[in-house]
Ligand binder design. Sequence first.
Ligand code: PRP
Ligand code: URA
Length: 209
Amino acid sequence: MSKPFIMDHPLIQHKLSVLRSTGTSSKEFRELVSEIAMLMCYEATRDLPLEETEIETPICKTKAQVLAGRKMAIVPILRAGLGMVDGMLALVPNARVGHIGMYRDPETHMPVEYYCKLPADIEERDVFVLDPMLATGGSAIDAIDQIKKYGATNVYFLCIIAAPEGLEALVEAHPDVKVYCAALDDHLNDHKYIVPGLGDAGDRIFGTK
Ligand code: PRP
Ligand code: URA
């Protein structure tokens, strides 16, 4: 079973505390989600392979390291995952972007898929699935099922807050997926919201409540 990577960097933790607070406006919330995603991207891409090339500086020729040209895709789970896209693209501007639309049925809390559009060559890419919230894990598990059906084999899941229940379910369903989160919270409440969490991420990003 692969262990999740919890990003305890002080900048991420500080931004996360502001994000959680009810006093944070939608504008600030969006900015913070994007900034946290960028910091998470920096860490999650730490193992990307490098290769040696020769360049010429103004002084001389030298050998230098560049990314080994592996292709990347980022796949936000709609809606809230959209908030993490710009932060990722700030660091990996050439990544392709797929989309998976999911919402949780308000009664059963089970994910319902309503949209899926992935890059045609997804099987050749390292795929970074984005969603700020991992609650029961249902949405992440179904999204990754779908992405694997299209042939992807190297999948990362980046969330800002995870609940222990969702993390356990995700790791059991997809033990090969590398999971990164900024916080592992306490538990889920009766409505399957993360405690203490930050409320409904989609509503806070888009100001729909
Ligand atoms: C939220 C969140 C995740 C999901 C997590 O989306 O963005 O996709 O819930 O819950 P789970 O781990 O229990 O599946 P939501 O269903 O509220 O849809 P929205 O982003 O469209 O608001
Ligand atoms: N989805 C959210 O947006 N927040 C939660 O706490 C759980 C699911």
